[in-house]
Design a protein around this ligand. Structure first.
Ligand SMILES: NC(=O)c1ccc[n+]([C@@H]2O[C@H](COP(=O)([O-])OP(=O)(O)OC[C@H]3O[C@@H](n4cnc5c(N)ncnc54)[C@H](OP(=O)(O)O)[C@@H]3O)[C@@H](O)[C@H]2O)c1
Length: 334
C-alpha cells in the first residue's frame, strides 16, 4: 500500500516520501480502515520538523525509526479484529490513531496512507451530514478546543470568551463550542476571515490587521490563545479579575525553545497575579470523540476545510500548513 513516511526531521520537501509499505496487521481490538481522508495539524508539522529543537529532548535527538504522518482520519472499515464489537466491514468511520498515552508512551502516527489499523475505542461512525474530509478534520483540533473550553476554562453561560486565532483549525471549533456552552464570543482573525468566523457564531470580531484585542477595559473571562503573538502582560490587561489566559499555541518562530520561554513566564506570573495563566495540554479522553460526534450529527458543530491535497501532494499540504494561515483545516485525500 502507499503511505507517506519520513525517517529524519526536516522540512517536508526534504524528508517526506510516498512509499510502498506492507499493509498493517490487525490486533484483536483493531479495525483496518481504507483511508479516504486524513487531516494534518501543526502537531504533525512539529513532529516532522523536530522543531522547536527542545522537543527533541523527548522525541530523540535523531529519529530512531521511520514514522508515518498524521493522526486524524476518516474512511471505510475493510476488516475487523476478533475482539471488535462496534464495527463491521463497510462501516464509514472517523477518528484518530493510537497517540501516545501514559500507558503506551510509543507514539504511532500514519493516517496519511491507504490503510491504517486503529483501536476501535478511538473510532466513531461518521455522521451522515459530514463528508470524509470534514470528519477527518475534527479529532485533534476539536478535542483541543473542547478540553480548553470545558476542562480548563470551565466555560459557563454568558462568560466572555476571546479566541485568538479564531480562523484556524482549533479556533474554528473553539468558536462553535464556546457558543454551545452559552458564552459571549469574540473571535480574533484577519479581514478575509471575518465573515467565516461570524458564520460560526462569534458575537464580536476583532480584525487583527486593524485593531488590537489587548486594548480597552478588562472584559474577558477567558482568552484561548492559539497564536501567542502578544505578551502575557498585554493579554492580562483585558482579563477580568479571576479570569484565565489559556495558551494552546506551539509557536514555530522560536527555533530552539518554541513557546517554552512563554510557558515558563506563565508559571512565574501565576504566583503574582489574580488571573490564571495556564498552558493547554490536550490529553486523550475516551469520551470526547463520542460527545463531539453527537454535536456534529445534531448540526451544532461543523468543519471548515480550507484546502484538500491528494496523497502525492503531501509535501505541498505540509508546506501550506507550516505557513500558519490555513482557514480551518488542511486535509489530504487518499
Ligand atoms: N496544546 C495542545 O495540546 C495543542 C493541540 C492542538 C494544537 N495546538 C497548537 O495550537 C495552535 C493553533 O493550532 P491550529 O490548528 O489552530 O493552527 P492553524 O490552523 O495552523 O492556525 C492558522 C490560523 O491562525 C491564524 N493567525 C495567524 N496569525 C494570527 C494572528 N496574529 N492573529 C490571529 N490569528 C492569526 C491564521 O489566520 P490568518 O491567515 O488570517 O492570519 C490561520 O487561520 C498551534 O500552535 C498548535 O501547535 C496545541
Amino acid at each position: 500500500m502507499k503511505a507517506i513516511t519520513f525517517d529524519k526531521y526536516g522540512v517536508a520537501g526534504d524528508v517526506l516520501h510516498l512509499e510502498d509499505i506492507d499493509r498493517p496487521t490487525l490486533d484483536g481490538d483493531e479495525v483496518l480502515i481504507r483511508v479516504a481522508a486524513a487531516s494534518v495539524n501543526p502537531y504533525d508539522w512539529h513532529f516532522m520538523t523536530g522543531r522547536p529543537l527542545i522537543m527533541r529532548t523527548q522525541m530523540g535527538l535523531r529519529m530512531k525509526e521511520a514514522s508515518g504522518l498524521g493522526g486524524d482520519l476518516a474512511g471505510r472499515v475493510e476488516a475487523v479484529g476478533d475482539a471488535v464489537t462496534r464495527f463491521k466491514e463497510g462501516d464509514e468511520v472517523f477518528g484518530e490513531v493510537n497517540g501516545a498515552t501514559a500507558d503506551n508512551p510509543e507514539l504511532e502516527l500514519g493516517t496519511v496512507a491507504e490503510y491504517v489499523a486503529v483501536s476501535e475505542d478511538w473510532l466513531m461512525p461518521r455522521p451522515a451530514n459530514f463528508t470524509p474530509e470534514e470528519a477527518a478534520a475534527v479529532p485533534l483540533a476539536a478535542i483541543t478546543a473542547l478540553q480548553g473550553l470545558r476542562d480548563y476554562g470551565k466555560v459557563q453561560k454568558d462568560d466572555r470568551v476571546l479566541i485568538n486565532g479564531a480562523s484556524g483549525g482549533v479556533g474554528t471549533y473553539a468558536v462553535q463550542l464556546a457558543k454551545f456552552y452559552g458564552a459571549e464570543v469574540t473571535g480574533v482573525c484577519s479581514t478575509r476571515n471575518i465573515e467565516m468566523v461570524r458564520s460560526l457564531g462569534a458575537d464580536h470580531i476583532i480584525d487583527y490587521t486593524a485593531d488590537d484585542f489587548t486594548l480597552g477595559r478588562p472584559r474577558f473571562d477567558l482568552i484561548l490563545d492559539n497564536v501567542g503573538n502578544r505578551s502575557l502582560r498585554e493579554c492580562r490587561r483585558v482579563l477580568t479579575r479571576g479570569g484565565m489566559y489559556l495558551a494552546s499555541f506551539g509557536q514555530k518562530h522560536h527555533k530552539v525553545m518554541g513557546p517554552m520561554a512563554t510557558l515558563l513566564w506563565m508559571k512565574i506570573f501565576n504566583r503574582f497575579v489574580p488571573q490564571d495563566m495556564v498552558s493547554l495540554d490536550q490529553e486523550r479522553k475516551i469520551e470526547d470523540l463520542p460527545f463531539l460526534t453527537e454535536l456534529m450529527a445534531d448540526g451544532k458543530l461543523k468543519s471548515i476545510v480550507d484546502r484538500t491535497f491528494p496523497l502525492d501532494q503531501a509535501v505541498a499540504a505540509m508546506d501550506y500548513l507550516g505557513e500558519g494561515h490555513a482557514r480551518g483545516k488542511v486535509v489530504i485525500t487518499v
